[in-house]
Design a protein around this ligand. Structure first.
Ligand code: IMP
Length: 431
């Protein structure tokens, strides 16, 4: 029997590695693109023929005709966010509804989740996580607490109203009594959500059998991760993380696809590091180089517009990620942002507060005590932007990439040299 190839794309840092562009590029060779975790906290920017599109919830494959876009059970779905995004795409002539399927097992993100997210961040004060304030964390909490309302519940009228009342009583109690914040109106939430539910209903469908059928028909499938491995709720810089599993291991549980059929994990890795929100960041730069990276790399969050913190490439961190998420190959992005620097630095290991070499581990209390040990490499003055061939890159840029492969223990399969689909060097054909 002919089987399709199944590729997982995940971020290897703190998100914003440029996954959207690569997913879009690889989508040319797949029948379906699947989201399996996260929600509309993600921001995937695509630039096609100079036109910029930012997607939050809808898989980055949507701009290719005929590709199925599937939202797996591991995703938390805001009905209003999904419909807004569909409307924006439709306004540009992109047909969405007939190609989208959302699992009925997706947890809903509703206004009381946002109210709780905002109230909690406010209460944390200077200790805030720096969430996107999209209600993502509270929605995942409701799921594991087994009081959550799922997409499929919307179509069981009376039961939906009862479930919503129960969970809203809980949230409103906490909002009012614990956070001293405004409560959320039940009737309005019920009416608004029921209205949106009607529009979403034709797009609801069980994802697992769709994936199985595509696979046995020999079609390729792409699983699109959101955020990055260092924001994983268990394996990341806890508690400064998102509330879902962002590593490749989440693919199967978040979609119902057989994990034995995953063929390749592509880890997207920026040529330097960025982080948005709070939490430890050993290679963070506060000097002119940090500013250079932020300015040249346009490092502002695509969901919240917040400036991103910038720093040198952290090979010690990515090496651990390569092992924990499982990476077959890397795609390096935004190499051109380093063009023109005299020296480029790579953190190859950490030193603890006692001055001794310390193993990479991300729990925040421990991780924030570590200092980077750097290796300096000569920079390059030539432009790498838009290069299509590895041999066209300046020698020092080639050495930088080879040094990173070596220090993180994973091969570089692709290099992205600009925002457009075509600005890409392919070292290994994945599909
Ligand atoms: P939450 O996902 O909104 O709960 O935010 C938790 C942490 O994850 C914060 O530090 C956010 O900035 C970060 N985060 C969430 N989504 C993204 C993303 O798509 N890119 C980068 N960081 C993200």
């Amino acid at each position: 029997m002919m089987r399709g190839r199944n590729i997982v794309v995940v971020g290897t840092q703190w998100g914003d590695e440029g996954k959207g562009k690569i997913v879009d590029l690889l989508t040319g060779n797949v029948a379906a693109v699947v989201r399996f975790q996260g929600g509309h906290n993600a921001g995937h920017t695509l630039v096609i023929n100079g036109e910029r599109t930012v997607l939050h919830l809808i898989p980055s494959g949507i701009l290719h005709d005929n590709v199925e876009c599937l939202i797996g059970n591991g995703v938390v779905v805001s009905p209003s966010a999904v419909l807004d995004e569909i409307a924006q795409l439709e306004a540009r002539g992109v047909k969405v509804r007939e190609r989208m399927t959302l699992s009925p097992a997706c947890q809903l993100v509703l206004p009381y989740h946002i109210a709780t997210d905002v109230a909690r961040e406010k209460a944390r004060g200077s200790g805030e996580i720096g969430t996107t304030r999209r209600g993502i964390g509270p929605a995942y909490e409701d799921k594991v607490a087994r009081r959550g309302v799922r997409l499929g519940d919307l179509y069981h009228g009376h039961n939906f109203a009862n479930k919503l009342a129960e969970v809203m009583n809980y949230h409103n109690f906490i909002l009012e009594k614990y956070y001293n914040a405004n409560t959320v109106d039940f009737q309005k939430t019920l009416d608004d959500t029921s209205r949106l539910a009607e529009e979403i209903e034709p797009m609801i469908g069980d994802i697992a059998p769709i994936l199985h059928d595509l696979n046995v028909r020999g079609e390729n499938i792409l699983f699109e991760g959101a955020q990055g491995a260092m924001l994983d709720v268990d394996l990341g810089t806890y508690p400064f993380v998102t509330s879902s599993h962002t590593v490749a291991g989440a693919t199967s549980v978040g979609s119902g696809f057989d994990p034995r059929r995953l063929d390749y994990v592509l880890g997207i890795t920026k040529a330097y590091s960025t982080r948005v929100g709070s939490g430890p960041f050993p290679t963070e730069l506060f000097d002119g180089v940090g500013k250079h990276l932020a300015d040249k790399g346009h490092e502002f969050g695509s969901t919240t517009g917040r400036p991103r913190r910038c720093g040198w490439f952290d090979a010690a961190a990515v090496k651990r990620v390569v092992r924990t998420t499982g990476i077959s190959g890397l795609c390096m992005t935004k190499l051109d942002v380093l063009d023109g620097l005299e020296t480029v630095r790579v953190c190859t290991e950490y030193e603890g507060s006692n001055g001794k070499i310390a193993p990479a581990r991300f729990d925040s209390e421990y991780y924030s005590e570590l200092s980077p040990v750097y290796e300096d490499l000569p920079g390059w003055q030539e432009s790498t932007a838009g290069a299509h061939d590895f041999a066209d890159l300046p020698e020092n840029a080639q050495s930088y990439i080879r040094r990173i492969e070596d220090s993180v223990d994973a091969p570089v399969a692709m290099i992205s040299t600009g925002p457009d689909r075509h600005d890409t060097i392919v070292l290994k054909e994945i599909l």
